[in-house]
Design a protein around this ligand. Sequence first.
Ligand code: TYD
Length: 211
Amino acid sequence: MFITFEGSDGSGKTTQVQLLAEYLRQAGRSVLKTREPGGTRISDGVRQLLLDLAHTEMHARAETLLFNAARAQLVAEVIRPALAEGTVVLCDRFADSTLAYQGYGHQQEIAEMARMIEYATGGLRPDLTVFLDLPPWEGLRRNRSQGNGKWNRLDAQELSFHQRVVAGYRKLIAREPQRWVEIDASQPREQVHQDVVRAVEKRLAVFAPAP
Ligand code: TYD
């Protein structure tokens, strides 16, 4: 089963993916945790290009292609082989991030984005996508106040960009409500985790009953 996490920057995805991975492993599941952009040697190289604060001239089309190049490598090298072995794959961001950020955020043609994603993933889609819901200004505030070097080129967009991203996620959810679960990410970390576990258990019971 393939589970992805989406949400605005600073919504706590990385922490929640980690907590869920620990929970599922304790429950005896084989789990693989990865993230986008990254997760392979080649994809991590592309990540460096994408996040570098010096790359202010990067064109939106180049950005979209690079995200999809990193994704194609991750799907082929890591995600598909793991799924084939029955491993539960958890991915911190996936194709919906490209639709939300490059599509709705940078206002590029959504149908074109979707075709590019189809090519990059060979049609692989998540079985469940967890949306960690947080107002964009709250996520930006959390990231900035951490001051731990997490600040990158893509975070350095204006608030209106991040608002378009969140509105974009809402459209994606409305289009495919059965694939998504929305969780209030402004709650305490442990409560968010409980909500994530409940949603995942419900879906696992259908897709991959316990061993
Ligand atoms: P990262 O530090 O991993 O952010 P986060 O902690 O929010 O996950 O940086 C990833 C950034 O890349 C984030 O701002 C979202 C952006 N992104 C896109 O714009 N398009 C994409 O397809 C993906 C996967 C990420």
